[in-house]
Ligand binder design. Sequence first.
Ligand SMILES: NC(=O)c1ccc[n+]([C@@H]2O[C@H](COP(=O)([O-])OP(=O)(O)OC[C@H]3O[C@@H](n4cnc5c(N)ncnc54)[C@H](O)[C@@H]3O)[C@@H](O)[C@H]2O)c1
Length: 253
Amino acid sequence: MAHSFFDLSGQTAVVTGAARGIGAGIAARLARAGATVAVADLNAEAAADQAEKLRAEGLAAFSEELEVTDPSSVQAAVDSVLARQGRIHALVCCAGIAGKALPTWQQSDADWQSVIDINLSGVFNCCRAVLPTMVEHDYGRIVNIASLAGKEGNPNMVAYSASKAGVIAASKSMAKETALHNICVNAISPTVIRTPILDQLTEEQVNYMTSKIPRARTGTVEEVAAVAHFLASPDCSFVTGQCYDVSGGRATY
Ligand SMILES: NC(=O)c1ccc[n+]([C@@H]2O[C@H](COP(=O)([O-])OP(=O)(O)OC[C@H]3O[C@@H](n4cnc5c(N)ncnc54)[C@H](O)[C@@H]3O)[C@@H](O)[C@H]2O)c1
């Protein structure tokens, strides 16, 4: 049964990084609102399991394997969704990694590059692949998951912070390019959300980030998914080029 708010019946949404964590939560939320959801992830097996879980709830979902750093893999996944569904109404870019928690002078070329490739180029690759069909149909909603680190800069996370600042700026650029095509592009900046990505960080790093949150706790996947749901829906019609913080009050600007 679809929600009466932000109804997505008849729509198709692609969620990258949806095999687990925040992406999985957003995929579930959009499916419960009536969308058919492509659970797109590098981890094909986990993506298939996640889609199966949603179908077991009576929701519409299928999985797509994609490597966001590889433009041909991204294009193949988008083409496959279009062949199956005909349209892509919403894209949520959630695939991302934290990278190594080390000071800048101890980060290798590969440490820097892998985070930039996945978190920033990955978002570019996915948006570039879906925008032509959104422009053609004069409708689209894109939600890019950035991070508070992209606004404030977390110590020992130089590539991550820079990549997420890039995601916020790229979202604003694309929003302006597409504003006359009824396409809205927005970013979300969560603070610490309890998901497996935190396993890449030390407990000290997680405690440092949590200590900066006025709400004095970590956020939940559902709290991020609620904001993503609005931004991915037709109700989000006059909001574009914005960055929504889901941060328990951490950011003050
Ligand atoms: N968890 C947090 O505290 C937090 C805070 C702010 C922002 N974020 C951002 O939210 C997003 C999701 O984070 P999460 O905590 O759910 O992480 P997660 O590690 O639980 O899930 C990330 C998913 O992305 C997929 N992925 C990784 N690299 C990929 C690639 N190259 N191509 C395709 N898929 C790939 C993984 O397989 C995984 O399923 C990330 O962009 C992250 O930076 C997370």
